[in-house]
Ligand binder design. Structure first.
Ligand code: PEP
Length: 239
């Protein structure tokens, strides 16, 4: 499988900077065919990104079907804007917005009903590091009964936005546990302070199939470097 590099812009960028960044990403994409590139902008830029890239992700989706839910965005609306993928279970949604397994299951159901592929995120907090296996096994439960294609992102919470990435070996040991639970065909991304400096060694691990990139995806220079490293590694030029 091709490595997948996904940019999670979170709640960043204005319309002008989002437009410039996605255009730059498209220029690089035209030169790189051996890496899957996906961008997860804010909802208000989804159509913009979808007009430029063929793989576009939503950072969130409503757990409800369309109706009287002021401020919510349904899976059907996302689909109509060209969305192909959606994050579910990101640690910021779990911790800041208190999304439970029940809510995540409802979101998965909404996505499945329109054929949007979820990227289901799991990851332990610093306090949970000594029991990471059971935490991850528990967090994976909602996706294990999902009978449509999906991707997993392993993002240790202590590594997100901290500049302190997991070591490739530590990440690999968790990816191996996840792979044994979800099966061999499922792609598993690593996320948590991925930069151009640590990506290569992460990609060398057998069960790390790409990266979900937050902070380093917001600047053309760093994201371009990340994409180029993934492409050269895939070519075998950086072993
Ligand atoms: C994220 O939140 O998905 C993420 C990986 O962020 P960062 O790369 O900034 O740690």
């Amino acid at each position: 499988m091709k490595p997948l590099i996904a940019a999670n812009w979170k709640m960043n960028l204005d319309l002008t900077s989002a437009t410039q960044l996605v255009r730059q990403i498209n220029l690089i994409k035209n030169e790189i065919s051996n890496v899957d590139i996906m961008v997860f902008p804010s909802h208000c830029y989804l159509s913009l990104v979808a007009s430029v890239l063929n793989q576009v992700g939503a950072q969130n989706v409503s757990e409800y079907a369309p109706g009287a839910y002021t401020g919510e965005v349904s899976a059907e609306m996302l689909k109509s804007c060209g969305v192909t993928h959606a994050l579910v279970g990101h640690s910021e949604r779990r911790h800041i917005f208190f999304e439970t397994d029940d809510i995540l299951t409802k979101k998965l159901y909404q996505l499945k009903s329109v054929g949007i592929v979820p990227i289901f995120c799991v990851g332990e907090t610093l306090d949970q590091r000594n029991r990471v296996e059971s935490v991850i096994q528990h967090q994976l439960q909602p996706i294990l009964s999902f009978d449509a294609p999906y991707i997993i992102a392993y993002e240790p919470v202590w590594a997100i936005g901290t500049g302190q990435s997991s070591t490739p070996e530590d990440a690999q040991s968790v990816h191996e546990i996840i792979q044994s639970m979800v099966g061999p065909g499922v792609q598993i991304l690593y996320g948590g302070s991925v930069t151009e400096s640590n990506l290569l060694n992460l990609l060398k691990m057998p069960n790390i199939h790409g990266a979900l990139v937050g902070g380093a995806s917001l600047k053309t220079e760093s994201f371009t470097s990340i994409l180029n490293i993934a492409s050269k590694y895939e070519q075998g030029a950086l072993i």
